[in-house]
Design a protein around this ligand. Structure first.
Ligand SMILES: NC(=O)c1ccc[n+]([C@@H]2O[C@H](COP(=O)([O-])OP(=O)(O)OC[C@H]3O[C@@H](n4cnc5c(N)ncnc54)[C@H](OP(=O)(O)O)[C@@H]3O)[C@@H](O)[C@H]2O)c1
Ligand SMILES: [Zn+2]
Ligand SMILES: [Zn+2]
Length: 337
């Protein structure tokens, strides 16, 4: 099978030929139709994740049918349709046993320090698996851990979204942003989507955004024109480019949930505003199996749909990375096997 590999940080991925993997103890081998390309994969290739070890097969947006089962696997059988956490949790640390396995101190992450999803067949640990209902499309199954499940975590568990919450979403035209609009709407929120790409505005309205702001710079005053009291939640998907404006869009007691950091850097923070308005800034990483199950349920009930920007073959991976860096996608780009 063809596999894309990061052999050296900062360099293009190489396409290599490898044999189909065999499952080890507690592992299964999954056959995938497709896998998502996440901006994290680009940041990983470029060396921004300190736990990266090369050579590594990138990718972590997995779904498919179990083809082989190793020794010690319980609850999963050949033929089961599953998705996977983007990491293998230890299952024993404080965070694992208190329902926050995404914060496991001993986790190993797909595409970072264990081989990931950029191949038709993938080896996965049974501790990471979640069964996928038949009503869920392959695309929504593949992004249920890193995108839709992560957004359930970010908006609900971290952001405390409720019916009628006023939510600002930056980087709204990207893979995370397009699904964030839909998840926030499914929770009953009123959504202002912020895009830096004027040509994406219509698509964002079609996905359910109540308001769309097109801006490459300031936008907090526009948010205050829409909502005099500001936002309850700002979901920050780009990092430095929009951080301050998303922060200034919050009202009193508003929460900022940071999930993206496209050009790793440290934006200045107005501490006086943070204090006087009683704002909260939280990071959020990934999802738990419970978040994935919630996202799959929303998917099965057709409350959200996959936003597919394009499908590529694995040979086109380096060109696809360039197009994503140039913001040419609306939604997720998938590798089709
Ligand atoms: N915390 C987590 O668990 C988690 C999970 C998945 C991804 N992420 C992170 O979330 C971020 C987004 O990931 P993604 O996969 O959605 O990437 P993506 O598909 O490339 O989307 C990013 C979007 O941000 C906007 N953008 C890019 N550069 C910008 C700039 N200079 N100024 C303003 N807006 C800009 C663009 O949308 P517009 O054209 O609409 O402006 C772009 O399409 C990445 O940092 C990724 O690592 C985090
Ligand atoms: Zn991802
Ligand atoms: Zn743990």
């Amino acid at each position: 099978m063809k596999v894309a590999v990061v052999n050296k940080v900062g360099q293009n991925l190489d396409i290599e030929e490898r044999g189909t993997p065999e499952p080890g103890a507690n592992e299964v081998v999954l056959r995938q139709d497709l896998t998502g390309i996440c901006y994290r994969d680009i940041l990983t290739r470029d060396g921004f994740f300190p736990r990266l070890h090369t050579p590594i097969v990138p990718g972590h947006e997995v779904s498919g049918i179990i083809e082989k089962v190793g020794s010690g696997v319980e609850y999963f059988q050949v033929g089961d349709r599953v998705t996977s956490l983007i990491y293998v949790p230890c299952g024993h640390c404080y965070n694992c046993v208190s329902g926050n396995e995404n914060l496991c101190t001993n986790k190993k992450t797909l595409g970072e320090n264990i081989d990931g999803a950029y191949s038709k067949y993938v080896r996965l640990n049974q501790r990471s698996l979640v069964k996928v209902p038949k009503e869920v499309t392959s695309e929504l199954a593949a992004i249920s851990a890193c995108v839709t499940g992560m957004l359930v975590n970010a908006l609900k568990r971290v952001g405390g979204i409720t019916e009628g919450s006023r939510v600002v979403i930056t980087g709204a035209g990207g893979g995370v942003g397009t699904h964030a609009i839909q998840i926030a709407k499914a929770f009953g929120a009123e959504v202002t989507a912020v895009t830096s790409s004027q040509w994406k505005v219509d698509s964002l309205y079609k996905l359910g955004a109540d308001h769309v702001i097109s801006s490459e710079g300031e936008f907090n005053k526009k948010v205050k024109e829409i909502w005099a009291d500001g936002a309850n939640i700002s979901l920050e998907n780009t990092g430095d480019a929009t951080f301050n404006e998303a922060f200034r869009s919050l009202g009193f007691g508003g929460k900022m949930v940071v999930v993206g950091n496209l050009k790793p850097s440290s934006p200045p923070l107005q501490l006086g505003v943070l204090i006087l308005k009683g704002n909260t800034i939280s990071g959020n990483i990934s999802s738990t199996r419970k978040d994935i199950m919630d996202a799959l349920e929303m998917s099965a009930k057709k409350k959200i749909k996959a936003v597919v920007s394009e499908e590529i073959s694995i040979d086109q991976i380096n060109e696809a990375y360039e197009r994503i860096k140039e913001k040419k996608n609306v939604g997720r780009v998938f590798i089709k096997f």
